[in-house]
Design a protein around this ligand. Structure first.
Ligand SMILES: CC(C)(COP(=O)(O)OP(=O)(O)OC[C@H]1O[C@@H](n2cnc3c(N)ncnc32)[C@H](O)[C@@H]1OP(=O)(O)O)[C@@H](O)C(=O)NCCC(=O)NCCS
Length: 172
């Protein structure tokens, strides 16, 4: 299976996407394109070269702002700090556990590093759905917010190292 990650476009078919979490699958089908058209969020999709219209996984990035208080080691920063939010992230149930989630996450991190070179952001932040999802992010050095264990951060200054240190950036 030869896969690639592309910006979501009208050529992609999201119908039938099932990540096992109905609200998340529904969001992709019903909201992703709308938010993209409004320039509120950008979605990137995983496709197989042999059927590039079918979405197999996705993640969404948006610009956001959070209180400095929750982030560790940001004592001398302003009260509100700019971040990129990993708003939605999932792989199709039939592909889970085969490395595609990690592949998507590293692609997102690389993209956030690129964004950070062009606009100031202090961290990438994610609101994990539950403790199981939070465990997934902690594997990749995301740190829990000081006031909410389901909100996790990876500081921009740690991102570059994280992207370069981790190995499986090739396709699963
Ligand atoms: C979470 C999710 C995106 C992971 O995708 P995936 O394709 O299964 O992930 P991978 O196969 O790349 O797994 C990478 C590693 O993380 C581990 N992992 C996967 N899901 C995990 C979880 N929920 N908690 C802890 N570890 C997890 C895998 O075992 C694997 O570790 P290994 O390499 O040591 O075996 C996927 O399970 C999913 O879409 N879940 C439903 C939606 C969801 O919860 N999204 C996150 C919302 S905040």
């Amino acid at each position: 299976m030869q896969v690639q990650i592309q910006p979501l476009s009208s050529t992609h078919n999201c119908k039938g996407f099932d990540c096992g979490t109905p609200p998340l699958s529904k969001w992709l089908v019903e909201m992703a394109n709308q938010q993209q058209k409004k320039n509120i969020a950008r979605t990137f999709v995983l496709v197989d070269d042999s059927a590039p219209e079918t979405v197999l996984g996705f993640y969404t990035l948006a610009v956001s702002e959070v209180s400095r208080d929750g982030l560790p080691n940001l004592n001398k920063y302003p009260n509100r700090v700019p971040v990129v939010r990993l708003g939605r992230f999932a792989t199709h149930t039939t592909l889970q556990g085969q490395g595609f989630g990690e592949y998507l996450l590293f692609n997102a991190l690389e993209r956030v590093v690129e964004i950070s070179l062009n606009a100031g952001i202090a961290a990438i932040v994610v609101d994990a759905r539950d403790t199981k999802a939070a465990d997934f992010y902690r594997r990749y050095d995301f740190l829990p917010s000081l006031d909410n264990p389901l909100q996790l951060f990876l500081l921009t200054k740690a991102l570059q190292a994280a992207v370069h240190q981790a190995t499986p950036k090739s396709e699963p």
